[in-house]
Design a binder for this molecule. Structure first.
Ligand SMILES: C[S@@+](CC[C@H](N)C(=O)[O-])C[C@H]1O[C@@H](n2cnc3c(N)ncnc32)[C@H](O)[C@@H]1O
Length: 364
């Protein structure tokens, strides 16, 4: 849907944090895929909802950030990097063209090494068609699907993307959109969730459970599309609505690099993030000194479910199922030891190879 108000629009707090995450991740993604030891001849960065590339305060938008990530980290002679930008608002398309010319007055790479395609039209079907046209398939694609949060992207497209070599997706989601419009949503909304209408049971849930339900259904849809590793997190501005980003990849390295990017985000922007699965919904604002309370709770729940786990598996759990890093796990287990609720088999310190379990209340 074209933008309702003026183009460009002001850059909100969480947009700055989101851009920081994109930039930090792409500054890793381009060099690994174009200049690493297993480099590919070409890659494609694609956006289905590109926006105008600039905000009313002069802040740069995601298309520019992506090109800067490439040119700042990869030498021009290394491989081909294609860029595909789709937006259905004519004003966004025109401003994006002008912005790219202004930010890059001379081409940072020859045209053949950095073709850029800008399309005016809806993400579906134009993004897939543009990827066909530029010959992106068969080489890695990073798809940034940054809609207004309704993610109008056919599941078929996500399945094709997941089946494509080393391809990844990041989707912006506003669960409130689905909560608000559930009654008026037709089959296209079910298709967002892989054709499964289960998301509609959101109407039966308590208000505080609704967002998590939508997110859980969306994770299931991305997994069903073929992305086994998912990372989702909630960006919390001091004012305004939280925003959810869901990242899908088929590679452990992708999750680990995205997690690093998330934890390095500039905290001074006043945006915190939160693990959507934390029952107490504690926001992590101060990342210099990570607040591990939510992870301690998640690990305790995990041990309740699994009874006994080796710490190495809990590290994987943290990496793949929470916003935390594996290196936070041992520190997050310590309060459980102090409370006398965690037993380390064989005694001694908590090591990666140690088995741990919860001590039953009767044994304490
Ligand atoms: C959140 S903005 C994108 C911001 C941009 N990714 C950035 O970070 O700088 C969403 C954009 O999607 C466009 N849009 C909305 N619905 C669309 C659709 N179905 N297909 C393509 N573009 C759409 C809007 O015109 C708007 O420019």
């Amino acid at each position: 849907m074209p933008v309702k108000g003026e183009v460009p629009w002001p850059c909100e707090e969480h947009t700055g944090a989101k851009h920081d995450i994109y930039r930090r991740y792409l500054e890793r993604w381009f060099p690994i895929l174009l200049a690493g030891s297993n480099a590919y001849p070409s890659v494609t960065y694609a956006e289905g909802f590109s926006g105008p590339g600039i905000y009313s305060g002069g802040e740069l938008g995601s298309p520019v950030i992506a090109i800067q990530a490439l040119t700042s980290k990869v030498r021009p002679e290394k491989g081909i990097a294609r860029f595909v930008f789709v937006d259905d608002d004519q004003r966004c398309v025109e401003i994006l063209e002008r912005t790219l010319l202004k930010v890059f007055p001379s081409r940072p790479r020859p045209k053949a090494a950095m073709p850029v395609k800008i399309v005016k039209g809806t993400c579906s079907p134009n993004l897939e068609a543009a990827l066909d046209e530029v010959g992106a398939w068969g080489q890695p694609i990073f798809a940034n699907l940054d809609s207004w949060g309704n993610a109008p992207v056919p599941h078929k497209f996500l399945r094709r993307l997941a089946a494509n070599v080393s391809s990844e997706v990041i989707v912006t989601l506003f669960p409130q959109h689905f909560v608000r419009f559930v009654e008026n949503s037709g089959p296209a909304a079910d298709d967002v969730f892989g054709g499964d209408p289960h998301w509609r049971t959101v109407t039966d849930l308590a208000p505080e459970a609704k967002s998590r339900h939508i997110l859980t259904c969306y994770r299931a849809a991305l997994r069903a599309a073929g992305f086994p590793y998912l990372l989702d997190f909630e960006l919390i501005p001091r004012r305004g609505q939280p925003l959810y980003l869901v990242f899908g990849t088929r590679h452990r390295l992708g999750v680990s690099k995205m997690k690093d990017s998330l934890w390095e985000v500039d905290r001074t922007q006043g945006v915190g993030f939160r693990d959507p699965r934390d029952e107490q919904a504690e926001t992590l604002f101060n990342i210099d000194e990570p607040q591990l309370g939510p992870l301690t709770r998640l690990l305790e729940q995990r041990l309740r479910d699994k009874k006994r786990e080796v710490v190495e598996h809990l590290r994987d759990f943290a990496l793949f199922e929470t916003v935390y890093r594996p290196e936070h796990v041992i520190r997050a287990l310590k309060p459980l030891v102090d409370r006398g609720v965690l037993a380390v088999e064989g005694g001694g310190a908590i090591r990666r190879t140690a088995f741990v379990s919860l001590v039953s209340a009767t044994a304490r």
